[in-house]
Ligand binder design. Sequence first.
Ligand code: C2O
Ligand code: CU
Length: 480
Amino acid sequence: MNSSRRQLLIRGAGGVLALPLLGGGAWPADDARLAEIRMGRDPVVLTAAERLTVLGPGLRPIPAWLFADTPFPVLRARRGQTMTVVLNNRLPQHTAIHWHGVRTPNAMDGVPYLTQPPVQPGETFTYSFAPPDAGTYFFHPHCNTAEQLGRGMLGALIVEEDEPARFDDELVLILKDWRLDPDGDFLPFSTLSGASRAGSFGTLRTVNGRPSPRIASPAGGALRLRLINADCARICDLGLEGAAAEVVAVDGSPIGPLPLDTWRFAPGMRLDLRVRMPRAGEVRLVDYFAAAPVTLASVTAGGEPAAVQESEPSGPPAAIPPIDLAGAWRHTLELGAGLAPASIPDIQPIVLADGRRIDLADSLCLGSNTFWAFDGQSWPEAAMGRLPPPLFTLASGRSVALELSNTTSRAHPIHLHGHAMTVLSASVLARPVHRADTVLVMPNERVQTAFVAGQPGAWMIHCHVVEHQETGMMAWFRVS
Ligand code: C2O
Ligand code: CU
């Protein structure tokens, strides 16, 4: 075994837990702070495997599928730094890694069948790219997603500004619920009733894989919260109690700062907040969407009072060319109901370039049910390897005015791969003009967005309520 390979294995085996936590100061480290991996020149190995995991006191171990020994690894890189991640698949089924929100080259986008072959059990795949924009991102598979994400396959990717904004402390908080029965076994990850309505919700709500964690942060300090909604289905209405907060970035893109009232926070979205910690007491992250408000996590003022940095909230915006709205290609994308299953073509095994056959029926959760569609076209996960025609083809650099028109009675967070849309206006939910890669479209809402076609390749667009995606609300477009 050569030395670089040995090094990879060592890192893969224990590096994630053994690495010191970043940002540790005078206050005691809390186990709900996620372990971070600083990206360097060496590749980092993420081993996707089943790991028995205890989510909280009094809970039984569950057979989670994780990228590291604990939920969830946080990778930290600098803008423009080449980062290399080796996915080592030790799961019983194929997988891949999609870098959600990052403008990677198309070949690194991690969509099986569309941008790469699926990574089979026992195989590895190397991702290498230089994230062009600072911000809060996350990563997850794009295969059998309700189950793989539902069992815990995700992590955060933090891309730092060239001149990092000064804060006394920073916390990554990942919202993700788990579908568990009273014995601690997983409930079905997809259900017909969930897939055809608002999704199947988790029974145990967690932040950083812990039910209502408490995390200490310096008293009086400037705290940056990086919130990630990695749930498969749940849309929250987020707010903070105990301190005022400002929104400083949405999906990684700087904004404002805008005072936070509440923010409708759907799967796939990220929100960066600047919070001034109180001198004593705690700040609570609350979801007001439920019948009674739910405290998701608490940050307690602890340790020595901070030096009180006067922080600049964030760096320069992403280097995306300006949109030419007047000359834009215009399209209204209809978010609609799906076709009857009978009209879906039969599923065929697909044959990769090297001759291997993949039986798609293996990885299916819901057969070929198609409850949802874009522009009348359903593409269920069951037929992932049978590409429908692209929704549209654009020349790189072309400005696009894309209206998202929801003709259904459910909300759909629409995620565009490899691009950030500018959200210009919306007919139901008031929101500031901002840039986002995941745009929540409320029932019967029309949302006007615009973007510039980016790097050449085949890019996905889909609903991030995973059961909607898997039952048809998924498509792709080509940039040439
Ligand atoms: Cu986070 Cu195509 O998704
Ligand atoms: Cu949806």
